[in-house]
Structure formats: structure tokens, C-alpha cells
Unconditional design. Structure first.
Length: 296
């Protein structure tokens, strides 16, 4: 008699089949950040997920931050991290340090992908003029070398995808005078997904998804239409740190991205669980013309 656990594995693979068929050769942008970047086991899981997506026919692009690691190094050299409205105040010394740290993280991720037999290329927003920026101000305050994306040239990413590479991008860009700026990784991922007209944009962070009740972790909504998300913003059901995330998601969808996923990167293999199962484990925000997979 066949062992029950093997039958369960077969069922899981069959459940994934329609998603593999639907998204074959489609682009998915993965914004990688939060605790999953500093825990070695979670980091391994995320990279394994991205590699598996590529090997079953997806075209993944990873956009990563490194805020915690930057703060650690800022403190290590005797400076104090400073934030205004969630944005890092970035003077010349901090910018230099941030670029060094992000490049180091980037090449570590490249090595992990290549150790699994997939070609990867690490780039930043300066390469090929990928991300062109203006200086960002926070409530009128000058916060230094923080970039506001004004133009995206995706040719370098498209060329890498065409050559069967998995592109891994860190969010540093240049202005018209070729000065270097730090960019919020969520914004970079959203801008790149929009420019690529990606089928999916996935945010890996330290939140489970969108909650119907902000105080109840068990009230995560599996799928949410844009108009429903907008209504939750109006009523105040979506607020605080989730508000800019959702606004970024809505913006991406209105620019052509079909679905945006928000999931907890602290859960092992959350990316696969969200994309390849009917209910998923996070929240999928979708355009009003899309069909829900899961009705609650």
C-alpha cells in the first residue's frame, strides 16, 4: 500500500499544476526584505523558492534591501542611524556605506543562487541606467541622498532574462548629474514590476498580510480586489505601516501588474505556499478584472 505522506506530496504537486501552467514564462518580481534577510535558514529558503520558480518556468527578478545590515554597519563605524517618516537620512558617508553593504549582500545572494545551478547576475539601479532618480524630500525636509524614482530603463533586466539569468537588484540609483542615491526597496520593486509589466509582484516582509481586523492575526484576507483595498483605506481598516505598502500595491496593479502578494517572509517557503496553493498564506491584491482563486 502507498504511504499516505507520498500521496499528500502528489496532491500538493497537482494543486500547483494550474499555477505553473498559467504563469509559465511570466515575470514575477520578488521584493526580498525583513527578517528573512538576516536569518540564514530563511535566506536559504527564499533563494530555493526563487530558483524553483525559475526552474518550473517563471521568470523571477529579485529586488532586495538591506536596511538592518546597513544600520548595523553605520553603528559599527560610530555613526547613529537616523530616520524621518521611515526614510533613512543619508549623508555622503552613510550613502557610501549603504552602497558597500548592499553590494556585499547582493553578491552573497548571487552566489547562493548559482550554488543551486541557476545563473544569476547582481546589478544595481545604476547599471544600464536602470533607475534614474531625483532627490526625495520628506515633508519638505532634505534627507540627503535618498532617491525618488522618475525613470526606469528595464533593458538590462530584459537582456538578462533573455539570456536565462536570474537578475538580483539592489536599490541604488543615479540622478541626472550621476550622483548616487539610496532608494526605498519597496519603491524600487514596485517601479521595476510596473516597467516590466510583471504578472506578479511579491513582497516578503515581517507582516502576515492584510488583516480584516488589525488586532487579530488570524483575520488575514487571502484575496482582495483593488476596490476593496481602497474601501478599507477609506474606513481606516488599513492604516499605519501597512498603508504605504497597500498604496504601492494598488499603484503597481493600476500600471498593469495582475496580482501583488504580501506575505510573511519569516514563514519557511512562504513564497511557494502563497503562489502555488489555492488559499495561500498571505494576501493577494488583484485588479478588479481578475478572478479570485479562493472565496472566503
Amino acid at each position: 500500500m502507498v504511504n499516505h505522506k507520498y500521496l499528500e506530496k502528489a496532491k500538493i504537486l497537482i494543486e500547483a499544476l494550474p499555477y505553473i501552467q498559467r504563469f509559465n514564462r511570466k515575470t514575477i518580481v520578488i521584493k526580498y526584505g525583513g527578517s528573512a534577510m538576516i536569518d540564514d535558514e530563511l535566506k536559504k529558503n527564499v533563494i530555493e523558492d526563487a530558483v524553483l520558480l525559475k526552474l518550473v518556468g517563471f521568470k523571477p527578478v529579485i529586488v532586495h534591501g538591506g536596511g538592518r545590515e546597513i544600520s548595523r554597519w553605520v553603528e559599527k563605524v560610530g555613526m547613529k542611524p537616523e530616520f524621518i517618516n521611515g526614510l533613512r537620512v543619508t549623508d555622503e558617508d552613510t550613502m557610501e556605506l549603504a552602497e558597500m553593504v548592499l553590494a556585499r549582500v547582493n553578491k552573497e545572494l548571487v552566489a547562493m543562487v548559482q550554488s543551486l545551478g541557476v545563473k544569476a547576475a547582481g546589478i544595481c539601479g545604476k547599471d544600464g541606467g536602470l533607475l534614474k532618480v531625483d532627490r526625495k524630500y520628506s515633508d519638505g525636509k532634505d534627507i540627503g541622498f535618498v532617491g525618488d524614482i522618475k525613470e526606469v530603463d528595464i533593458k538590462i533586466i530584459e537582456d538578462l532574462l533573455d539570456d536565462d539569468f536570474l537578475p538580483i537588484v539592489f536599490p541604488v540609483g543615479m540622478d541626472d548629474s550621476f550622483r548616487t542615491y539610496n532608494i526605498n526597496a519597496d519603491e524600487a520593486a514596485g517601479a521595476i514590476a510596473k516597467a516590466l509589466k510583471a504578472e506578479k509582484l511579491a513582497f516578503l516582509s515581517d507582516v502576515e498580510g492584510v488583516r480584516r481586523n488589525a488586532d487579530d492575526p488570524d483575520s488575514v484576507i487571502s484575496e482582495l480586489y483593488v476596490h476593496e483595498a481602497e474601501e478599507m483605506i477609506k474606513t481606516g481598516a488599513i492604516k499605519g505601516g501597512m498603508l504605504p505598502k497597500i498604496s504601492n500595491c494598488i499603484d503597481a496593479i493600476e500600471s498593469g501588474v495582475s496580482r501583488v502578494h504580501i506575505m510573511d517572509g519569516r514563514i519557511p517557503h512562504s513564497l511557494l505556499l502563497e503562489i502555488f496553493t489555492n488559499k495561500g498564506i498571505g494576501t493577494a491584491i488583484l485588479s478588479d478584472k481578475e478572478e479570485k482563486y479562493w472565496n472566503e
